[in-house]
Design a protein around this ligand. Structure first.
Ligand code: SAH
Length: 383
């Protein structure tokens, strides 16, 4: 593949100008426009593949392996500055500085819960904020990462759904959340990060390509080298994308936020279910299982007066039958107006005993980080 730097350059140049705001000084001195535009049109170096980096160095009259070295700094060591790339000569680092930027996140604010959970408000290069969470247990530390700024879905019980979707996160922005949490895990819990769940803000399957690219950097030996088996992507259930994931033969786990196996009820709490009804979801999951032979995890909250009857459990059992699956009963984390209330223990016990009687594994997941609004569904930039 030929390195196409000029094309990218022109493309960004036009884009930058169309968004450019003129100030009085720009009108007086057009050179300022050019100088500032030049500054902003530098390409983010992490948008380049390894091959493109190698080709860039060749186009500069350098050796292609220099591209490998820079790639390692970016994706293995998580460098955010060219000056940190100490095995690269000063002149080359300056040349990189002249041509590229490394857009990166900053942990803007960190909150620690009584139970050890850490919530980060993460500032993106354009000033937008997302949240990510570190959840420690005795054996593991898990990163809960965001995939979008806001969310385009409309789950009635989720705080994130009240923020409109602003944009998708880039692969590097997802990667950086993992690196930041890994650092915190080492610093506060003396161990590297062990697991990652895509259960922060956003719907990962609505940002599929970038999520996949981020996971590639996180799992590849040249990147962070984490096992894909330790990663779970959680989705509200976008059938077409579940099928695509299966066809792409991804190696990470899949969790589906089900919450009801009865269309009418699911649509009332997750209105997009009208567009992607359970029959379509089921067909996609059948395809997923046929291709991957991976067990499916269903996330499920039991709410008072919504899905707490025997009929609801029977529908769930029926839904679980077509492929090996497991049900995670999640504790409800209230998000202000009190429209939803966690069902009582009797209802939870009924779910557990009926599921177990049908040989369906069920776990009850206790909430973590509730006191700092870091639990599932509470992420909404309040920090
Ligand atoms: N959009 C993805 C990932 C983000 S939500 C998805 O829907 O799966 C992560 C999990 O938290 C989902 O299972 C979601 O249903 C659940 N959740 C959302 N709001 C919640 C709340 N208030 N209490 C408990 N779980 C919640």
């Amino acid at each position: 593949m030929k390195f196409n730097f000029n094309f990218e350059f022109n493309f960004n140049f036009n884009q930058t100008f169309s968004n450019y705001t003129l100030t009085l000084s720009h009108i007086v001195n057009p050179f300022i426009i050019f100088a500032s535009a030049m500054e902003t049109i530098k390409k983010d170096i992490r948008a380049l593949s390894k091959e493109q980096l190698r080709e860039f160095f060749v186009s500069q009259g350098d050796k292609d392996f220099r591209g490998n070295q820079v790639y390692e700094w970016l994706w293995n060591k998580g460098a955010h500055k060219f000056e940190d790339m100490t095995n690269i000569s000063k002149e080359t680092r300056q040349m990189l500085e002249d041509n590229f930027v490394i857009n990166h996140i900053e942990v803007d604010q960190m909150q620690r819960s009584n139970d050890g959970t850490i919530k980060n408000a993460v500032r993106l290069h354009d000033g937008l904020i997302v949240e990510s969470v570190l959840i420690p247990t005795k054996k593991r530390t898990t990163a809960c990462v965001s995939s979008q700024v806001g969310c385009s879905l409309d789950c009635k019980f989720c705080a994130t759904s009240r923020l409109k979707r602003m944009r998708n996160l880039n692969p590097d922005e997802i990667f950086d959340q993992v690196v930041a949490i890994d650092k915190q895990s080492r610093l506060y819990f003396n161990k590297p990060l062990t697991n990652i769940v895509f259960m922060g803000m956003g719907e990962p399957l609505m940002n599929y390509n970038n999520v996949l690219k981020a996971i590639d950097k996180i799992t590849s030996p040249e990147g962070l080298g984490m096992s894909p088996k330790r990663i779970v992507v959680s989705t509200s259930g976008v059938p077409k994308m579940i099928k695509k994931m299966a066809d792409d033969e991804v190696k990470f786990g899949l969790a589906v936020s089900l919450h009801s196996a009865i269309d009418e009820i699911r649509t009332s709490i997750m209105p997009f279910n009208a567009t992607f009804p359970l029959a379509d979801l089921r067909e996609a999951l059948e395809h997923w299982y046929a291709k991957t032979k991976n067990l499916i995890t269903y996330e499920y909250v039991v709410w008072d007066g919504i899905n707490d009857t025997k009929k609801d459990v029977e529908a769930l059992i029926e839904f679980c039958k077509f492929a090996p699956s497991k049900v995670n009963l999640i504790e409800y984390n209230p998000i202000d107006d009190g429209e939803f209330r966690q069902a009582d223990n009797a209802a939870i016990d009924m779910y557990i005993s009926m599921l177990e009687a049908n040989n369906i594994t069920v776990t009850v997941r206790r909430s973590r980080g509730k006191d700092i609004d870091a639990a599932c569904g509470q992420l909404a930039n309040k920090s």
